[in-house]
Design a protein around this ligand. Structure first.
Ligand SMILES: [Zn+2]
Length: 509
């Protein structure tokens, strides 16, 4: 049994049980609860009085330490059964408080180390579950466990806990032999919302396709197939891949949009209205979405791409749809020449045509309508808002809520027609634990009044309270409000005064 060649420093700990009794098949990521270098963490574990250890440690600088040989069972997770089979990894925290963040360098090193551990120990994929029972019993192939399941601890901290699905996806994409270009930060902001399969979405899809195809039988035949593929949900990730990749529909969509997940094109997972699967078609969809700066799940973007494919690469299918005299005829050509699933037998043909017939019956005589009027949403993707509620949901239409804490958060997706219209991700350090879809009623604007203690920026070109000039960098800096009296506001850094300003020239952050 070998150790990782990625190790930068070795400080062996006496705190272990000797050779493990189980084959390595699990990874348990911990947090150090402090910003320790790999050397100082090693020094702690080197004391036998400490009675604790881990196989590896990762510092905020991305360096990796070895403390207990992989062959041996570390004393890390408060569970002998777990540590007999798991490689344990302690990761340094850049701040010693909730949500226990780690540096980008440490996270990147963690991905590398996990890939290496999996390769050397013949672990084919990492599988994460958000359900404790699934984790501790290793159900459904789950092979990532966390300390909090075995002891009353926050470990590995919410920051890392919430990134376990991403971690698994990043590691798995490299285990698949594919390269993962570094992106992630700096990805451009996208907008858009998915269809949910609701009646109003049906009508939007029908009207769009009628406008292009102009033949009710053809449109119905195409829509019956789309229903069979995705239930007309444009953010639908093929179910078997939800488990494999460790992502829900929402999480996958968000990870693709923000650039955290880079294997969208080649992961062979069906996605969207038509459940695009083949890499060349997913590449086309991704390029199309990027060109429009739309989310990969956006309904109107996907309809545009669907028609682009039909009119450029599937011309025979399109001309059949325009001329078809029955729903069955149209449905069959879509099944056999466009969707081409493995099973195309008569029963599949009939089921798809019968879905199509329902759309024909509902809409064939209808007139195209203006898009249903939906109330404009008050906030957009990228806005920082005050989350005032205590519940979040795993999808925009989910029925069961999970509890979370209110506080500052960022809007990362919107679903105009959803029951829970905003997807929020907490702002680090703001005390909130929200990460999911929330009700519009629970989202408010940040209090924009200037108060003592507020963080503010100075409006571009503004003068001081008495009309004096300010240095250029002042407009780029976030200041603390030190004192407010009437409209006169003193700003600075901590207690060091920078200037007195008019309240109207300040923007609350
Ligand atoms: Zn721990």
């Amino acid at each position: 049994m070998s150790n990782s060649p990625l190790v930068n420093c070795v400080v062996r700990s006496p705190n272990h049980s000797g050779n493990r009794t189980k084959t390595i098949d699990t990874i348990t990521v911990h947090c150090m609860a402090g910003n320790l270098s790999v050397e100082s963490c090693g020094a702690l574990f080197a004391k036998s009085s400490r009675q604790a250890s881990s196989n590896y440690g990762i510092g905020s600088d991305g360096r990796i330490g070895l403390y207990v040989d992989e062959a041996n069972r570390s004393w890390c997770t408060s569970s002998s059964a777990n540590d007999q089979r798991a490689i344990t990894i302690e990761v340094a925290n850049t701040e010693a408080k909730h949500p226990w963040p780690v540096s980008d360098k440490a996270y990147a090193a963690l991905v590398k180390l996990c890939v290496d551990i999996c390769k050397r120990n013949n672990i084919k994929r990492l599988v994460w579950s958000t359900a404790k029972n699934t984790r501790i019993n290793h159900l459904d192939g789950c092979n990532m466990t966390v300390h909090r399941d075995y002891a009353a601890k926050a470990c590995p901290g919410d920051y890392l806990y919430d990134r376990h699905a991403q971690l698994a996806a990043a590691v798995n994409s490299q285990l698949g032999g594919k390269t993962t270009p570094a992106t992630g930060s700096g990805a451009s902001v996208v907008s858009g919302s998915p269809s949910t399969g609701s009646k109003s979405d049906e009508k939007i899809i029908w009207d769009f396709l009628m406008g292009k195809i102009g033949n009710a039988c053809g449109v119905a035949g195409l829509m019956g197939n789309l229903f069979a593929e995705s239930a007309l949900r444009s953010d639908n990730l093929q179910n078997t891949y939800e488990k494999k990749l460790g992502y829900s529909d929402d999480e996958y969509t968000a990870a693709v949009d923000c650039g955290d997940y880079t294997n969208f094109v080649k992961d062979s997972a069906g996605y969207g209205l038509a459940q695009w699967t083949h890499w060349s078609r997913k590449q086309g969809l991704l390029n199309y979405a990027k060109a429009q700066k739309k989310s990969i799940c956006d309904l109107s973007m996907q309809l545009g791409y669907l028609y682009k494919e039909l009119s450029e690469s599937y011309k025979t299918v399109l001309s059949t749809l325009k001329k078809a005299t029955s729903v069955q005829e149209a449905s069959d050509v879509v099944l056999t020449k466009f969707e081409r699933p493995a099973n195309q037998n008569d029963s599949v043909k009939n089921t798809r045509a019968s879905h199509g017939q329902k759309y024909y019956d509902a809409y064939a005589d209808s007139k195209p309508e203006e898009k249903p009027v939906t109330t404009e949403l008050a906030f957009a993707i990228g806005d920082t808002v005050q989350f005032t509620g205590t519940k979040h949901y795993t999808s925009s239409n989910a029925n069961n809520a999970k509890s979370c804490k209110p506080g500052k958060a960022k809007v990362t997706a919107v679903a105009k027609n959803g029951k829970h219209q905003y997807h929020l991700v907490r702002v680090s350090g703001a005390g909130s634990t929200v990460y999911g879809w929330v009700n519009a009623a629970d989202v408010a604007a940040i209090d924009a009044s200037v108060k003592k203690g507020s963080k503010v920026k100075v409006k571009r070109g503004a003068k001081t309270y008495t009309g004096g000039n300010l240095a250029a960098f002042v407009y780029l800096t976030v200041y603390d409000v030190i004192e407010v009296s009437g409209d006169r506001v003193v700003i600075g850094k901590g207690k060091a005064v920078t200037a007195a300003m008019k309240a109207e020239d300040l923007i609350v952050q």
